[in-house]
Structure formats: structure tokens, C-alpha cells
Design a protein around this ligand. Structure first.
Ligand code: P6P
Length: 337
């Protein structure tokens, strides 16, 4: 980029972008809810960059609903998002990976029209080894606004999402979101505390470069999944896509790299865990929404992740997500067996 180009590129803050691109139906509430999420991201980012110093490493000694040891940063991220949103009259109910049940809006506050579901800090087992981690979120409309928020307001399929996104706390902090008008990425300038538009209209590029899967589970997968991964390795007749493997073990980081460089992430079901590991409501569905908006696709192996209605808040699902033709190739192998 030549010098003068650098100075001609527009400077667009996320606040201005959200305002200028808010969907027709959105009024202040929807736009302000997205602001709140951006604010939470800044506060969590501030903590993650100092995690090693601020004595918030290590666990708080209790476990969350997933039976995973809660890291201090997990708890901080969860509380930050809840406390930024609960009193704003924008949501009727929330659901978080860190809580067994729905997060009701305190009775002293008015309920809002939207539902916020989120994984406050996915990949938290990577915090102590300084690997990128992420927040994932989805926004629905309340199903029955006449009543106080209920679990039914949360148990909606991804095809009902109004917005979804993630924050990646990596070498820089990025917020990537969509309200159904394409996928847009913003990078945090920590000196001014602003998310600035850095990746407008993100699309899965062709040809793809990477595939991401935990090969340690190979023997537990179905034959179809094994055949797909063998194809990825170039094991069948030479029409394989020549991808390199990259697997960080942090969903947001793996998804983000594949979104920018093209590729496929899969966390398949296993013999004793047919539902896989990734959570449907606040991990798979929001990422499937983004993938679809970026020209990609997400499947559980046989159907579009966006079409699966969760039966409970923490339901898991197998997921294959990335460039559409790669995901459809996986479905082909899985259908054959
Ligand atoms: P495995 C992190 O715990 C996580 O939920 C995702 O971020 C990540 O993609 C996956 O689990 C990694 O799981 O079994 O490969 O370590």
C-alpha cells in the first residue's frame, strides 16, 4: 500500500458502521445491543492482554455446567457481558455457556425485544498457554414478548438469528459480525479504544488453503468422516483440494483463519459422542450464520446447522463449516456410508 493510499483509506468506527448499516426493522435497541457487545469485547480484551500479569490466570476452583474448570477470565467475561446488558431494556432473556439455566432479566428492569446467547470465552483451556481465545454471540428476537423471557425464547434455530459474531483475542483483537448483510471485521486500536473497520465484506476465498480437525480422534469417527479426511489428505484419486492442516484447538481462531484464507473446520461426532463437542445454540449456529453470510456453509454431516432447533441450551452438534463445496463434499462421503 503506497503512502498516500494509507492516508486516503476511510476510518470507520464500529459504532458508525453499525448505525449506517442497521437493518430496516432495527430501532435503537438492536443497534445499541451491538454497541454493548463491542463494549464488552473491549473490556474483555483489556483483561486478556494482561492475563499473565493480572493474576487472573488459573482457575477459580469451581466448574461450569460443562464440567470444565472455570478460568478466572471465563468468569470475568461472562459477568462483563451480563452486567453490560441486563439493565438496558434491550433483551428479554440471555443464555451463556457458563450457566446451566437461562439468565433472566432482574424484575426491576424492563424486558426488551431481543435474546442474547453467548459463549463468553471459548477455548478458555488455552488461556494459560497464551493461545488465542474468543467470544461467540447470537441475537434472536423474543418469541413471546408478552411474557418475561423464557427458555423457549432461547431455543431457536440458527435460521432465526438476527445477528451473530465473534471476538478473537489474538495478536490483535478483532470483532467480526453480521446482521444478515454480509460479514464485516473490525480491529481494535487499543490506543484509542475503538474498533475500526479493517475487513469489510469478508467472503470465503477460493481456492481454500486449510483444514482443521483433531486427528487424535480419527479412530472414533464414522467411516464417512474418515473417508472425507483421507480425501483431504489426497487419499483418493488425486482430486483432493491440496489443503494444509492447521488446528489450534480454539474454535474462534480456527474458524477465523479459515474464513480469511478459505478452508474447512470439522468437529465430527464420535462413536460414544455422536453429538460431538461444539455447542449448537451459542457456538455452531452463530458461526454457521456467519459462514452462510460469507458464501460458505455449515452442516452437521447430514443437514444445515442453521436448520437445527436446539432442544436444550447446551445441546452439542457435530459441525463441518467452511467453503460450501468442501462441506458438501464431506456430506457426500458421510451419505455414502
Ligand atoms: P479438542 C475449546 O475447548 C473447544 O470448545 C473449541 O474452542 C475447540 O475447537 C475444541 O474445544 C477443541 O477440542 O477436543 O480438539 O481439544
Amino acid at each position: 500500500m503506497t503512502n498516500d493510499m494509507k492516508f486516503t483509506r476511510k476510518i470507520v468506527t464500529i459504532e458508525r458502521f453499525i448505525l449506517e448499516h442497521q437493518p430496516d426493522y432495527a430501532r435503537g435497541d438492536f443497534t445499541n445491543l451491538l454497541y454493548d457487545i463491542a463494549m464488552a469485547a473491549k473490556m474483555i480484551a483489556n483483561k486478556t492482554t494482561r492475563a499473565g500479569l493480572a493474576d487472573i490466570l488459573g482457575s477459580v476452583g469451581n466448574t461450569n455446567v460443562q464440567g470444565e474448570e472455570q478460568q478466572r477470565l471465563d468468569v470475568y467475561a461472562d459477568k462483563t457481558i451480563y452486567r453490560l446488558v441486563d439493565h438496558t431494556n434491550r433483551v428479554c432473556v440471555m443464555a451463556s455457556e457458563e450457566h446451566e439455566d437461562i439468565l433472566e432479566i432482574p424484575p426491576e428492569f424492563q424486558k426488551g425485544r431481543y435474546v442474547l446467547v453467548y459463549d463468553p470465552l471459548d477455548g478458555s483451556s488455552n488461556i494459560d498457554v497464551n493461545i488465542s481465545i474468543g467470544t461467540i454471540f447470537g441475537v434472536f428476537k423474543c418469541v413471546d414478548w408478552a411474557r418475561r423471557g423464557r427458555v423457549e425464547d432461547c431455543l431457536q434455530a440458527g435460521n432465526q438469528l438476527l445477528a451473530a459474531g465473534y471476538v478473537l483475542y489474538g495478536s490483535s483483537t478483532m470483532l467480526v459480525y453480521s446482521t444478515g448483510q454480509g460479514v464485516h471485521g473490525f480491529t481494535l486500536d487499543p490506543h484509542i479504544g475503538e474498533f475500526l473497520l479493517s475487513h469489510p465484506n469478508i467472503r470465503f476465498p477460493e481456492p481454500p488453503q486449510y483444514y482443521s480437525v483433531n486427528h487424535g480422534n480419527f479412530s472414533k469417527w464414522s467411516g464417512g468422516t474418515q473417508d472425507f479426511v483421507r480425501w483431504l489428505h489426497g487419499g483418493y484419486g488425486g482430486d483432493d483440494p491440496q489443503l494444509s492442516e492447521r488446528y489450534i484447538g480454539s474454535l474462534v481462531a480456527d474458524f477465523h483463519r479459515n474464513l480469511l484464507r478459505g478452508g474447512v473446520f470439522l468437529y465430527p461426532g464420535e462413536e460414544n459422542k455422536p453429538e460431538g463437542k461444539i455447542r449448537l445454540l451459542y457456538e455452531a449456529a452463530p458461526l454457521a450464520f456467519l459462514a452462510q453470510q460469507a458464501g460458505g456453509f455449515a452442516s452437521n454431516g447430514t443437514e444445515n446447522v442453521m436448520d437445527i432447533t436446539p432442544q436444550n441450551l447446551h445441546q452439542r452438534t457435530p459441525i463441518i463449516v467452511g467453503n460450501r463445496w468442501l462441506v458438501q463434499k464431506a456430506e457426500e462421503f458421510i451419505r455414502q456410508t
